[in-house]
Structures are given as structure tokens and as C-alpha cells.
Design a protein. Structure first.
Length: 76
């Protein structure tokens, strides 16, 4: 099995192209794929959440079951 590198996105001021550049620096032949963690069904519009709501939403994104589900789906 090939080594895997996981990076939690979003990261301030970084996009997918930045992650791709980092991976190419680690290994120019790296096979890169992106997995997206969906917001929970009760989140609604993130920009309308207060600080406590945003904290809870991000905490939910990082739950092991959500991360596992994201990497188990085909990449978009």
C-alpha cells in the first residue's frame, strides 16, 4: 500500500493547488486525490452561525466517522 498523507481542508489562504504543490515537493509522482467532508444536516449556512455554532460545526467535521466516510467516497 502506498503511503497516504492527510490534510484537513480548509486551511487559511491555501487551496487545492497549494496542497498539490506540497505533495509534488514530497514526491513528484504522487497520486493525489481530494475527499470532502460534508457539513452536518443541521448546520445550514455557516456564515450565519455565531462563534459557538461555528466551533460545533467544525468539531463535527473532524469526527472520525465523518472523516472515514469522506475518504471512503469516490473523489469529486
Amino acid at each position: 500500500m502506498s503511503p497516504r498523507l492527510g490534510l484537513l481542508y480548509p486551511t487559511r489562504d491555501c487551496g487545492e493547488d497549494d496542497f498539490a504543490a506540497l505533495c509534488r515537493r514530497l514526491d513528484p509522482a504522487i497520486d493525489l486525490g481530494f475527499a470532502y467532508v460534508d457539513w452536518g444536516p443541521g448546520i445550514g449556512r455557516v456564515d450565519e452561525l455565531d462563534a459557538a455554532g461555528k466551533t460545533a460545526a467544525v468539531r463535527e467535521l473532524g469526527a472520525p466517522s465523518r472523516l472515514t466516510a469522506a475518504v471512503s467516497r469516490p473523489t469529486r
